[in-house]
Design a protein around this ligand. Structure first.
Ligand code: KG4
Ligand code: ZN
Length: 353
């Protein structure tokens, strides 16, 4: 079965072709980072308009690369939520329009489910069940993944997501958007131990996180010492070490609590080099295995959506015509989103995913 995946939930247009027999055939990504840079964050209206410009050429490129004619497709999967409403609508309308014309199923996918399953595209890949540490710009969650569509939330951030904290701290250190990679690069040049920031919630006794205080602590340090480049690098280093230590400690606790011995790291912050180093060390010490999707599949992409779509189709029909609705807020624990926000869905959620 050949499934085309379309991701447009935020500021990346991603398209991919996944073949259930032959694996990932092609994927292409267009990042809007430059477009939003001047504004210091994603501007939803600009994001939607740019997705409109990018998605069709990306589809053509992916089909060419995968040597697949449009008529050979068996299904189209798209991100139905959570994310920016206008941006999601672009992917949903293109997917459903194309699927209708081709008379093939269209499948709406939860963006975070895409991230959770993305390590299955890597080699070696984990086996179910595993614990996933999902660390993106909009989410920081520990999730038990027992199988496709079998997810249990173990803990999550009570305020800022890890990526969001990276981005905000980068901004106050005078780095551009998106700040995570830039802050990580600056931290490489910083000295360990000159500044020490708190390790929030490390001993909270649960698997939740909190990163907003850390960003404020970094701000206070930056005000006092941030005038020179060397000190800014030291602050970046202290910030990165604090975030990484908490993420690694809680992920290890989650493995102990569930009895699983495989950890999967997904989401943009999963590209962070220090996080990988610390987790690899812990895995060696504690005897568990860590899986990282390739860096290009850590951040938003169409491959994870195509793969999740293929898994859902393999599990049974789940398609109801070509009418589509997108879900800017959608709790992963709810298998099917509700059109009207329930109390749970009404929880504050960042627009970023
Ligand atoms: O999953 P993702 O691509 O997109 C969404 O959040 O939707 O994650 C992006 C986040 C951003 O906050 C970015 O700053 C962060 O991942 N990020 C990093 C690194 N690369 C990306 N954070 C720390 N270190 C990195 N190397
Ligand atoms: Zn994402």
């Amino acid at each position: 079965m050949k499934v085309l995946g379309i991701e447009t939930s935020c500021d990346e247009s991603g398209v991919a072709l996944y073949d259930t027999e032959r694996g990932l055939q092609a994927h292409a990504l267009y990042s809007q980072a430059e477009l939003h840079q001047a504004y210091g964050g994603v501007v939803p209206e600009l994001a939607s308009r740019d997705h409109i410009r990018r998605v069709l050429p990306l589809i053509r490129r992916v089909l060419d690369q995968g040597h697949c004619a449009l008529t050979e497709l068996d299904a189209i999967a798209y991100t139905a939520g959570p994310g920016l409403a206008g941006a999601l609508l672009v992917g949903a309308s293109i997917a459903c329009g194309l699927a209708r014309a081709l008379k093939i199923p269209a499948v709406g996918i939860h963006h975070l489910e895409g991230h959770l399953l993305s390590p299955m595209l890597a080699s070696p890949s984990p086996r179910f069940p595993f614990v996933a540490l999902l660390v993106s710009g909009g989410h920081t969650q520990l999730v038990e993944v027992a199988g496709v569509n079998r997810y249990r939330l173990l803990g999550e951030t009570l305020d800022d997501a890890a990526g969001e904290a990276f981005d905000k701290t980068a901004k106050l250190l005078g780095l551009g958007y998106p700040g995570g990679p830039a802050l990580a690069r600056l931290a490489e040049r910083g000295a360990s131990g000159r500044f020490r920031l708190p390790r929030p919630m490390l001993a909270s006794g649960d698997l939740n996180f909190s990163f907003s205080g850390l960003k404020t602590a970094a701000l206070l340090l930056a005000r006092e010492h941030g005038a020179d480049e060397g000190s800014r690098a030291d602050i970046a280093r202290a910030f990165e070490e604090a975030v990484v230590e908490v993420l690694a400690a809680k992920a290890t606790e989650a493995l102990l609590a569930t009895g699983h011995d495989q950890l999967v790291v997904a989401g943009g912050v999963g590209a962070n080099r220090r996080l990988r180093e610390v987790l690899d060390q812990r895995a060696q010490d504690a005897g568990f295995q860590v899986f990282y999707p390739p860096v290009e599949l850590c951040t938003d992409n169409g491959a994870m959506i195509a793969y999740a779509g293929a898994m859902h189709l393999a599990a049974g029909p789940r398609v109801s015509g070509y009418r589509y609705t997108v879900f800017p807020r959608w709790d992963l624990a709810l298998a099917e989103p509700k059109a009207t926000p329930s109390k749970r869905l009404g929880k504050r959620r960042s627009a970023r995913t």
